[in-house]
Write a protein of this length. Sequence first.
Length: 66
Amino acid sequence: MSSSANNEEQYQSNIDGPKTPKRTPMACQFCRGRKLKCDGNKPSCGNCDRRGYPCNYTPVSATSPK
Ligand SMILES: [Zn+2]
Ligand SMILES: [Zn+2]
């Protein structure tokens, strides 16, 4: 009548859920287009700030038209 014998420490590791993408420094549109190193400053990164460009951060979408 022992049903729960070795059923104790098998429920510990439950960290195999959804894959979390690596945290990469987000580059703004301008830096991305020019392949510049964006410092990720907000609301305006260094490059945009220096040139007086509007800095836009857009989330990465699945499909990126080239
Ligand atoms: Zn930038
Ligand atoms: Zn920028």
